[in-house]
Write a protein that binds this ligand. Sequence first.
Ligand code: NDP
Ligand code: 8X3
Length: 259
Amino acid sequence: MTGQTIFITGASSGFGAACARIFAQHGNRLILSARRVEKMMRLREELSGLADIHVIGLDVRDREAVRQAISVLPEAFKDIDVLINNAGLALGLEPANEVNLDDWDEMVDTNIKGLMYCTRFVLPGMIARNRGHIVNVSSTAASWPYPGGNAYGGCKAFVLQFSRNLRADLLGKPIRVSCIQPGMAETEFSDVRFKGDKQSADSVYRGTTPLVAQDIAEAIKWIVDRPAHVNINNIELMCVDQAWGHLAVNRAPANKGDR
Ligand code: NDP
Ligand code: 8X3
């Protein structure tokens, strides 16, 4: 379908920027939001001639700012058809007993609360217009735990279950809710997770052909393009160089307590 108004959070890089590019190529109106406005202005420049683009500097953790941004959208952009709740991040890989609590707070505030705020402020308009689609970006980390994934995986599990519960709330209304669970994809994600430690970030993808942002954007485009009576509940995708491993087993004699 063409000519829709698409609101993308986290549009300054990675999956969000790739979504902007792919949806712009199909004649949609785009609302791009993230904190780094200059990056989105450059993207708007790149896509000029393809789509009308409204850029919002927005920190999704700020509930009042989210409310305000959505309530003052220009006339041409205010009827949001598709919300892509993509803004998010992982911080650190420390075990739970060593983690910096500020990192946990920031992950919860962004991945969970930010996504809730955007959803809550966009949804009433969708219901009033009797049309809409919310696509939430979760992660394989929602379903498959790994050491150091602690709060990040927990946040993404919230996104998956929240998506399903939204569908339950919306039954009887022509509003779709989808969730996508990508595996490792090379974006700024690992630079952010390792706080600028380039070596650690690069090591995540070394020797692999990881997913790239375009892969996720194409999947989201496909989800949105299904006929109106089809709701894609959830999609999980990984690169071919990623799969599950054995469950971990502790064989060390020490630290077994009373066993
Ligand atoms: P990037 O780091 O490239 O992009 C993250 C985006 O989120 C940026 O545009 C960033 O913009 C935005 N963002 C972060 N915090 C905030 C905030 N407080 N307010 C508004 N925007 C924010 O990573 P990806 O593109 O890879 O990540 C996109 C989503 O995909 C995230 O939710 C991530 O958890 C998820 N994901 C990533 C995977 C991967 O391996 N890359 C795999 C599975 C899921 P800015 O800093 O300008 O605010
Ligand atoms: C990002 C994928 O495996 O780093 O959500 O958690 S992973």
